[in-house]
Design a protein around this ligand. Structure first.
Ligand SMILES: [Zn+2]
Ligand SMILES: [Zn+2]
Ligand SMILES: [Zn+2]
Length: 147
């Protein structure tokens, strides 16, 4: 059922759905938070890192996924939600917790539309909020010691 969905999604984007590509796409689509190359590598024992990287490059070019920057210096990837060419409307707000260093997706919070000055064409946006997540906020020890 799900596999069918992923398969048609790849095909709709002009990507030939090989088993490896489906595997990589499935992991990205089923996570509720963006994954780095290393995290994908950890999840996918059967696929080597360079293959994962090539697959990501292909997915990016075909607007199946997009990359986000969470300030850690490592790109993270997530499946596009919309059916269009990954426009700004497809992007949502992310939250980076400085204590547990997790990046959260706020799927219901779309990035605000920012009026660009004359002549500038926006193609991507990284809207990242930094702070402390609810799990960490509940911890008994002072946050300052962990920063
Ligand atoms: Zn996208
Ligand atoms: Zn946290
Ligand atoms: Zn996200």
């Amino acid at each position: 059922m799900k596999t069918e969905e992923y398969l048609s999604r790849l095909e709709a984007r002009g990507v030939k759905p090989t088993s490896t590509r489906l595997l990589v796409y499935r992991v990205l689509a089923e996570h509720r938070h963006p994954l780095s190359l290393r995290e994908l590598d950890d999840e996918l024992d059967t696929v080597d890192r360079s293959t994962i990287f090539r697959t990501l490059t292909l997915f990016l070019a075909n607007h199946l996924i997009h990359a986000i920057e969470d300030g850690t210096g490592v790109a993270r990837y997530e499946a596009c939600e919309g059916d269009d060419d990954c426009t700004l409307d497809d992007q949502h707000v992310h939250f980076y917790c400085r204590l547990c260093q997790r990046t959260f997706c706020f799927h219901s919070l779309h990035v605000p539309h920012l009026p660009m000055p004359e002549g500038f064409e926006a193609e991507g946006v990284n809207f990242l909020v930094k702070g402390v997540c609810p799990d960490c906020a509940r911890q008994p020890y002072p946050k300052t010691l962990m920063a």
